[in-house]
Design a protein around this ligand. Structure first.
Ligand code: ATP
Ligand code: MG
Ligand code: MG
Length: 383
């Protein structure tokens, strides 16, 4: 079969390779960490993404190239386009690597984002905070994830400290109005090079300490809002000329207004539920899109709650897996465990997830609570 080359070799690449192998594809990753999540299940070129010679080797060994991580250099991706088939191109990568470029592109597609402004100086920040009031959120334009590289400004006393601290990242800053959202949701769309689009059902996302904790599907929002959110993702996929997956994170504000928070041009943590709960998983869908196959049916087949397994959850989860699970049988709950093969279970590090399939969201939530594994998270959001 054909070989798919992947820039990046974390858990997203691992799950992509697992799904794509089922369709007969071979995988090779370019990643600097040996025996990382993807390197354990595919071939690997061990080198940095910025290593031009290694990238050229990847191009030689691959029929199609994709990425599983949006901070691979758009330049390297551009260079690869000269030497191999890169159906996603590098333009969307370039756009989504930078919050300002991303917000401008979303607005140009006719989709609302939270009010924002570019911050270059402390004076800009002072004016911005006057404009938006407190709280408001200062973010680095590049490199942030899991809430790293952002500062919620709660008082004008913090301006200088926030500015100085985030400026150390040596990138532009962006200030956003704080959205007092009712819920956070996300929608993942897939688009093929011919422009075929399929959208996965909207997920309701609950974050704890800025890290995704739960994705609940179907999202507990009105049918109308669900359709609006899905339409909005289609508009973005078309407007930004996406190929492959594009994940759209949104805030649901008062009056059911939707604002896009950010995009990810790759499989997304909030789409892991699709692995057992949809007719086609996000990983299979991405492979289909970049390999020019017809897209699969994204329909949901069961209610599901995905819960992330962080470093601190691994030991209690393994303990539970080794024991009997009478509660699960009783509630007709099927917890499907996924672990990424990472060696050190560091606190708050993403080590795996559990897709809790159930006859209802309530039953899935009850199972999660009943395990006691996620007690700290549960206490902090479920007040
Ligand atoms: P990710 O891990 O999803 O890539 P990130 O570090 O890129 O996260 P964001 O998604 O921008 O950061 O923000 C993290 C979380 O912080 C959001 O999911 C949301 O809960 C909160 N947040 C971010 N921006 C705002 C805002 N303007 N108003 C209110 N809450 C916000
Ligand atoms: Mg992000
Ligand atoms: Mg986010």
């Amino acid at each position: 079969g054909a070989t798919i080359g992947v820039l990046g070799g974390g858990q997203l690449g691992r799950m992509l390779a697992n799904a794509g192998s089922e369709l007969g594809y071979r995988f090779v990753t370019l990643d600097s960490t040996e025996h990382g999540p993807m390197g354990q299940v595919s071939e690997q070129i061990v080198a940095a993404y910025s290593d031009a010679e290694a990238a050229r080797q990847l191009a030689q060994r691959s029929d199609v190239i994709t990425y599983e991580f949006e901070n691979v250099s758009a330049e390297v991706a551009g260079m690869l386009m000269q030497e191999a088939y890169v159906p996603q191109g590098n333009h969307l990568l370039y756009t989504t690597q930078h919050r300002l470029r991303e917000k401008r592109a979303i607005e140009a597609a006719g989709v609302p984002v939270a009010p924002y402004r570019e911050i270059a100086t402390l004076e800009d920040l002072q004016q911005g905070v006057e404009q938006f009031g407190v709280p408001c959120v200062l973010k680095t334009a590049t490199g942030g994830y899991d809430g790293k590289g952002q500062w919620v400004i709660r008082s004008t006393d913090e301006l200088e400290e926030a500015f100085v601290t985030l400026s150390k990242a040596k990138t532009e800053l962006v200030l956003e109005q704080f959205i007092h959202f009712k819920k956070e949701i996300s929608v993942i769309a897939a688009r093929s090079p011919q422009g075929e689009i399929k959208v996965f059902p909207a997920a309701e996302n609950i974050h704890v300490s800025n890290i995704l904790h739960l994705s609940i599907v179907p999202a507990r929002i009105s049918q109308e809002l669900r359709e609006q959110a899905e339409q909005l993702a289609v508009k973005i996929a078309q407007g930004l000329d996406a190929v492959g997956l594009i994940a759209v994170e949104m805030f649901v504000a008062d009056g059911d207004r939707l604002y896009v928070n950010e995009l990810a041009p790759r499989p997304h943590n909030s789409g892991h539920y699709t692995m057992e709960a949809c007719r086609t998983s996000q990983f299979e869908q991405h492979v289909r899109a970049v390999c020019n196959l017809p897209l699969g049916d994204p329909s949901l087949t069961t209610p599901v709650v995905m819960v992330n397994v962080l470093g601190q959850h691994v030991a209690p989860l393994l303990e539970r897996m080794a024991a009997e699970d009478p509660l699960a049988a009783e509630l007709v709950v099927v917890p499907k465990v996924h672990l990424y093969g990472k060696a050190d279970a560091v606190h708050n590090r993403k080590m795996g997830h559990v897709n809790v399939l159930a006859t209802s969201i309530e039953a899935a939530m009850q199972w999660i609570e009943g395990t006691g594994i996620w007690q700290d998270e549960w206490n902090s959001w479920n007040k």
